[in-house]
Every structure is written in structure tokens, then in C-alpha cells.
Design a protein around this ligand. Structure first.
Ligand SMILES: C[S@@+](CC[C@H](N)C(=O)[O-])C[C@H]1O[C@@H](n2cnc3c(N)ncnc32)[C@H](O)[C@@H]1O
Length: 268
């Protein structure tokens, strides 16, 4: 079931919530209030329906997602292992990762680079779609998240396809290239990551870049700056990609927005 927090990623939903507050204060008819409620319920029902229609996660993936939600983040924070308690909403979730798995299965994808591992949800889902000799290599800045992800991935059959983390520079030094790159780390650095992917030659010929949160709470198109500086990073990223004539791009309103980028010559 889609949570209220997830629904609030859509500015239209937030707008309806505001409207709901207003109509309650004003003396409007019950029929109008009911229509506002219905519009909000319908937006949520569409999300829930997409989730329900989508292939269920494997047992291992479900276990990893449950472990992330049940993890005692507060304790880790109180013990000084984390600067702040992360939002478990950072986890991609089943709808999104099943979409990624579909994409990975369409092409000849063997090597995946992920920027932003968190607890390993998308890394494991993608690993499950790769052939036996496939690899998902992740970059994760937070050692606590990296260790926790490792402990979760070690319990999953496909976890062996997700070796230790690396940095983009080190991967480039080793002349590594990737068929699929999933950009899901800190939002203000998206432009920098995008440029580095090409400058460091990390994208394999015919490779694809997937970008999460390209609609980040609606900030790139509402210009409301609901998320402040973080959203500014995504807004700028959208502009940079739009102006880049060397790539083909498509932005899909799946959850918080997924962008798919390929070299122009691989699509046209
Ligand atoms: C949105 S979460 C990733 C979610 C994950 N892909 C999933 O689907 O579960 C973003 C992660 O990026 C990490 N991160 C932030 N800045 C980073 C950086 N500069 N390099 C690598 N990882 C970074 C954060 O610590 C966090 O774990």
C-alpha cells in the first residue's frame, strides 16, 4: 500500500490536501468535500493498483526490504554510528525495481554500476536479473549503510553478484565499463555524476543510464522549491540533460520520476 509520505511526493496530491483543509474550514457542501476526498483516493488507488499488478519481489528481496523497515535506525544513531536517521523511503521499492529488472532483461546487461546503495534493495533486484557471471557494483559513501547492506546481501542467493563497493574514479582507473548505470545517490551531485560517467568512460557502448527521483517532489516543474537546495540539484540536472544533444532521454512519472538516458546513436 502506498504510504501517505509517498503520496506527498506528488505536488498535485499536496495541493488537494491543502484544498481539503480549506473546504473543511469554509462552509461548503458535503458534495464538494466528498469530491476532493475522491480525487485524493483515486490518486492513491492508481498507485496501489500499479503495485498490485506488478510481479511480487523474490523472498530474498522481500526479506531485505522488511529488514530495512524493521532495522533499529534509532539505536544506530544513538550509538553514534549514524549522523542522522535515514528515511527508509530512500529504498526504491518493488514497483520501481521490477521496472528496472524488466529493462535489464531487455538488453544484454551483465555489468551494472549503482551510485547510492543504501541497504541494497535495487542492487539485489538488479543482481537477480543478471546472468551468473553478472555483477552489480555500488558506490556508497556511508560505511554504516554499506555494512548493513552487505549483511543483508550475504543472506540472499544473488548477493554474491554484488561485490564490495568502489569509487567511480577507481573503477575508471581499472577501465571498468557498465551496461547499466543507476544514479540514486545525493541529489545535489547528480550533474557532477552525469558528467563523470561520460568523462571517465564508465558507460559501455550501447549502455543505459537510469536516474531516480528525476521529478523530486515536483520541484523541477513546479519551481516551488518544496525541497529547497536538494530539489535545486535535480532541477539543474534536468536542464543539463535536456540541453545535452548527444543523448536520447525519456522521463517517466513512475514513483518520484525515473529518467532513462541512452546515447543518441543507440536510439535514433
Ligand atoms: C536513495 S538512497 C539509495 C537507495 C538504493 N538505491 C535503494 O534502492 O534502496 C541514496 C544513498 O546514497 C548514499 N550517498 C549519498 N551521497 C553519496 C556519495 N557522494 N557517494 C556515494 N553514495 C552516496 C546515501 O548514503 C544513501 O545510502
Amino acid at each position: 500500500m502506498t504510504s501517505e509520505k509517498q503520496m506527498r511526493q506528488d505536488p498535485a496530491y499536496r495541493c488537494l490536501q491543502n484544498l481539503r483543509g480549506l473546504v473543511e474550514k469554509e462552509n461548503v457542501s458535503a458534495g464538494i468535500i466528498a469530491e476532493v476526498d475522491k480525487a485524493m483516493d483515486l490518486l492513491k488507488a492508481r498507485m496501489d493498483f500499479c503495485e498490485q499488478q506488478t510481479t511480487r519481489p523474490s523472498q530474498d528481496l522481500q526479506q531485505l526490504m522488511n529488514s530495512t523497515l524493521q532495522h533499529d535506525w534509532q539505536k544506530a544513531h544513538d550509538q553514534g554510528q549514524l549522523d542522522r536517521i535515514p528515511s527508509t523511503m530512500m529504498m526504491s521499492g518493488n514497483l520501481e525495481v521490477q521496472f528496472f529488472r524488466t529493462l535489464a532483461s531487455l538488453g544484454n546487461v551483465k555489468r551494472v554500476l549503482e551510485l547510492g546503495l543504501f541497504t541494497g534493495c535495487s542492487a539485489l533486484a538488479l543482481a537477480e536479473s543478471l546472468p551468473e557471471d553478472g555483477k552489480v557494483i555500488s558506490c556508497e559513501i556511508d560505511p554504516y549503510n554499506a555494512n548493513l547492506a552487505r549483511s543483508f546481501l550475504d543472506k540472499a542467493a544473488a548477493g554474491k553478484k554484488t561485490p564490495a563497493q568502489e569509487s567511480m574514479e577507481r573503477l575508471a582507473q581499472k577501465k571498468q565499463q557498465f551496461d547499466l548505470i543507476f544514479l540514486d545517490a545525493d541529489k545535489p551531485s547528480y550533474v557532477q555524476y552525469y558528467k563523470m560517467i561520460f568523462e571517465l568512460g564508465l558507460l559501455a557502448p550501447k549502455g543505459t543510464i537510469l536516474v531516480d527521483n528525476a521529478l523530486f517532489f515536483g520541484d523541477p516543474y513546479t519551481k516551488e522549491r518544496f525541497t529547497g537546495k536538494v530539489g535545486d540539484g535535480i532541477t539543474q540536472f534536468n536542464e543539463v540533460v535536456k540541453d545535452d544533444n548527444t543523448v536520447h532521454k525519456v522521463l517517466l512519472p513512475i514513483r518520484d520520476g525515473i529518467m532513462i538516458i541512452r546515447r543518441k546513436e543507440d536510439v535514433d
